[in-house]
Design a protein around this ligand. Sequence first.
Ligand code: TRP
Length: 423
Amino acid sequence: MAQDKSSLGRLGVVLAAAGSAVGLGNIWKFPYMTGENGGAAFLIIYLACVLFFGVPLMSTEFYVGRQGLKKWPWIRPMTAIFSLLFLSFYLIVTGWCLHYLFHSVVGTLAHLDSSALDSFFVDYVSGAVWLPILWVFVAILLTAIVEFAGVKSGIERVCKVMMPLLFVILIVLIIRGLTLPGSMDGVKFLFEPDFSKVSPKVILNAMGQCFFSLSIGAGALATYSGYMSREQNIVGTVEQVVGIDTIVAILAGVAIFPAVFALGINPSEGPQLVFVSLPSVFNGMAGGYIFQLLFFLLLTIAALSSTISLLETQLNFYVPRLGWKRSTAIIVCSLVVFVIASLAICSTLLFDVLDNLVSIYMLPMGGMIFSVYVGWICPKEDVICQLTPSSGRRSVALCLYGLIRYAIPPIILLIFLNALGVF
Ligand code: TRP
């Protein structure tokens, strides 16, 4: 799928894919989903989904990206459309992050009490539309600038700086959270499971979160693995990317819940957790200004490394397949995405449609197509050899192949039937 095969190093592929995977899903969605779905019990189910569902599915995308699409070439335009729609939705939330980053820098957030924080959020999402549109514009502009610099000097360089920075910020926030009195209740909430909270809905939520967080189903990972050398071990690389993504999600939980509990705030606040509850947590602690700023910087960095991957997935279709110039493709795709996102800002209905379309239908459908293609259409021996070239791990490749071929398609079908309200 690549335009320039030599352009990403071994580490570059891992960091770029991890940059795609680590995003709002880890730092915004994972903590609030954990908060709403019962804490540690959700975490355990999520980890099981990642292992039995995420690792094989990510492997299929890596395989397809490196191998090319000989038999089902239509997957490529399909992923270009999926990533276009997904990016339009994702940019709106990235805009929220930029808005909050700006207001933590200028100090507005530090002066708001909890009810003022609540109206600050509500005013932004349902007030005048020009402001969210402006921030979406800034978000797509930043994304496009990195894309103009290219895959090697743009994406790889940016990810090599952003990913380590992200870890450093997380560690600083964790130390602050854990040193607050009363923080241990938050640690317990995250790590002591209460299985009475588990219901089929919690399991479905964990699966959906797994798709979203690991960037499965929109072709972004396939795009990056197109830059991977033949010798590089697919399963080994997938394990590293999944490992980084999961560690960041858990660390985000450890950074957030102890502080939330220490300041007596309800953990199950839903999507507003990091935008409304967390700023009031920061305002109540010593050094809050700087931690607030670091947190929103973290969120913005994570979001931008994902928007970059979603734009690159579109370029990867228009440039090599349709022969567009890279710069033309960047401008056209950015404009289209900007228009769709702006329309979705003006219409709550369109925003909800996009949100549901992406998370409930598109990503699982993409995952299903990748797994059927790799499990049923591609030659078995080739898949197994490419997943793990070293013979010692053949059994791992065989297990993954079994899951890809027999387990994952029916499970995704169940997810669909459930989403359609069949049961
Ligand atoms: N994984 C990202 C997150 O956690 C979101 C994302 C970026 C994504 N690119 C993707 C999800 C492609 C699915 C497909 O926020």
